[in-house]
Design a protein around this ligand. Sequence first.
Ligand code: ADP
Length: 426
Amino acid sequence: MGAAIEATGSPANSIGIVGGGQLAWMLAEAARRRGIELHVQTPGTDDPAAAIASSVVSADVRDVSGTRLLAERCSAISFENEWLDLDGLSALAGEGVHFVPSLEALRPLVCKRSQRELEQRLNLPCPRWFPLDQLTPIPSTGSSAVPASSVPSTAASASRIPSLPEGFGYPLMAKAATGGYDGKGTAVLHTDADVQELLARVDPSSWIVEEFVAFERELALVAARDVSGEVVCLPLVQTHQHQQVCDWVLAPVESNHALRQAARNIAASLLTSLNYVGVLSIEFFYGPKGLLINELAPRTHNSGHYSIEACTLSQFDLQLLCVSAQPLREPELQVPGALMVNLLGFDARSSSDPQADFAEQRQALSALPDAHLHWYGKTGPSLGRKLGHITLLLREGDPQRRRAEAMERLEQVRQIWPLPAEACNA
Ligand code: ADP
């Protein structure tokens, strides 16, 4: 099983990737299968991708001079995550460095606030939201926009917060506009006191607040657009989180044509309006109101890992095709379905531990039928981190029976690999 192999290894076809984690590692594996050279920029010589990349530029991922060095080795550069110094990189683009996606297309996507503004501009469904700085405490003195006469002068009033915008009530979900992942950088607000505590602790101009969505399921879609404007999508999947970290993914989710089409239309609107070339992942809430966009990720995504074994083209193949300016074709499932389970470090062992490589558990997982284990080889503490994932191919054709099959397979994984009691760093 696995993606079709097309040898495309010309020197002009060598790619640079900023980042060296598990996404870069799986991209490097896909590149190797296709005979494409892949160079990475990462500060960690122990990072998953460093061992199999054609070469490593040892520099922080936000170090623009490192990216300049990377550019000397390849014809195009892509990214593993969205924590970019876009202004710094613009200078390189001006010198002719080719980024895929382009920096212009990435700009609205690297921050949760500008994502929400984009979705509103395009009339796409998303939770109602407002910027946290709308709730900045009204200062009692100084350069307040509020007339001094309208502000009470007691000390307590200095931290008074304006009331919530019309139509909003608790609970609310607050999110850092940048730098958050796996639930880090989110806070559920239940009371005015929670708001006050958040305002005291963060820069309100870099946080947003959303309605708390009572979703039935979380879904995700990995889409891609090539240079000719063709948009393709992986199947729509369900994602299940444990303490805000992705725990498992079921592909495909049971869905009717209208739901699948709605998700594709959202992807196509985003990609086309941004003139975006590359892979874009969309996390959705699904409930009585239909689909709402939770988050956009301008890259490959944890919800698409199953595609390595289950689809005719994986999400990493799609990224490689986009970055090397080749045409895309629609990825198809080549099995009825798949379950991907993240292997989150379930205890506090660290790389100095003799059992840090979880050899016993890995062996048992690999022995499961129709199972494909991916072990990222991370060093350092393990608790709560994504250490690897396992994809189990599903054989039932009927969607309901396939879900039951998936839950049985999940139980088999759980017997070998328990969930962490408390999630920590990914
Ligand atoms: P991160 O970027 O850290 O992954 P997300 O915005 O994806 O953060 O949020 C993580 C999880 O928190 C989501 O998968 C979802 O389960 C929950 N969540 C996020 N936003 C909301 C919301 N507005 N309402 C309810 N739950 C939410």
